[in-house]
Write a protein that binds this ligand. Structure first.
Ligand SMILES: Cc1ncc(C[n+]2csc(CCOP(=O)(O)OP(=O)(O)O)c2C)c(N)n1
Ligand SMILES: [Mg+2]
Length: 323
């Protein structure tokens, strides 16, 4: 595989940014600066970064509650995301969504959903709107292996295929839905194969290899963009951290986690780039330093951000009129 040096370093930078952003978020959570749920993406960075290369600013992105990586890869400023996790009014969702509900219409980033599978029908709706209005755009819909159990998965794939809607369904298969291993909840564990049931194209790709994810997603996105209908891409990955901040991880062995860590997407990619003569120690130091400054600035934005004033609390809250 060949890759241009500037592009390779940018992929690496984005993965490092996600990793360091989340390490900082975990630290701030322990300090009580961030509250609520916090689901870390560490180990899965190659999925968001590789996939996001295939989408244009006009395309739409729908993600899950484990969406820090997608949001950063989409280009939402780290400060806006950090402020959101603090619950500050300068956050991307005005501090009302927190870690699980990032949203940025200007970047066509439509959530952030706490409900497993909840983003899937919304992605189908976005794609239907594009189709009805004659816009040639793709909607990228990220979801976990756990969502495959939901009726919404089957309804969304079926309708999207039936109406030939431009949705790229991207399953981040990290082998666990909270503490439930894939083998304990799926009769057919080959998720890419499920596309056949609804007559859409589907395939699986190694989610620890950022270049493999990028090229598979580009191929899939182009097919969708050409009007060939939806596509299901199963991206095989692994989360290195617990499901959320409250998870004793009794459902998997330390050996299994260590085994997967030998395929750390960042270390793997950096090693390949060195081998190809595209990455030096100085490059890596420069990337880490720039990312470090970006995270520091993001925390400063969150710290300095205002709380929403009490008199605004009922704004945007749906209250049916009583007769
Ligand atoms: C409809 C629904 N059922 C159950 C839950 C509780 N829940 C939160 S995360 C999760 C696991 C989802 O796993 P997966 O889709 O594989 O995503 P991952 O956490 O692995 O990224 C569950 C069951 C929920 N949020 N929504
Ligand atoms: Mg999962």
């Amino acid at each position: 595989m060949t890759v241009e040096r500037g592009h390779a370093l940018e992929l690496l930078r984005q993965m490092v940014l996600i990793r360091r952003f989340e390490e900082k978020a975990a630290e701030l959570y322990m300090l009580g600066k961030i509250r609520g749920f916090l689901h870390l993406y560490i180990g899965e960075e190659a999925v968001a970064v590789g996939a996001m290369q295939a989408f244009t600013p006009e395309d739409a992105i729908v993600a899950t509650y484990r969406e820090h990586g997608q949001a950063l890869a989409r280009g939402i400023p780290a400060g806006s995301l950090m402020a959101e996790m603090y619950g500050k009014a300068n956050g991307c969702s005005r501090g009302r969504g927190g870690s699980m509900h990032f949203f940025d219409v200007s970047r066509r980033f439509y959530g952030g959903y706490a409900i497993v599978g909840g983003g899937m029908p919304i992605a189908v709706g976005l794609a239907l709107a594009d189709t009805l209005q004659g816009r040639r755009r793709v909607t990228a819909c990220f979801f976990g292996d756990g969502a495959v159990d939901e009726g919404e998965f089957h309804e969304s794939l079926n309708l999207a295929a039936l109406w030939k809607l431009p949705v790229l369904f991207l399953c981040e298969n990290n082998l666990y839905a909270m503490g439930t291993a894939l083998a304990r909840h799926q009769s057919q564990m080959d998720i890419g194969l499920k596309a056949q049931a609804y007559a859409l194209a589907g395939e699986a790709v190694d989610g620890m290899d950022v270049l493999a994810v990028e090229s598979a997603t580009r191929r899939a996105a182009e097919a969708v963009r050409r009007g060939e209908g939806p596509y299901l891409l199963e991206v095989r990955t692994y989360r290195f951290r617990a499901h959320s901040t409250a998870d004793p991880e009794l459902y998997r062995t330390k050996e299994e986690v260590e085994q997967w860590k030998t395929r750390d997407p960042i270390a793997l990619f950096a090693a390949r780039l060195r081998e190809w003569g595209l990455l030096s120690d100085a490059d890596l130091t420069a990337i880490e330093a720039a990312v470090g400054r970006e995270i520091e600035a993001a925390v400063a934005v969150a710290e300095a951000g205002p709380w929403e004033p009490v008199e605004d609390l009922l704004r945007d809250v749906y209250t049916p009129r009583t007769p």
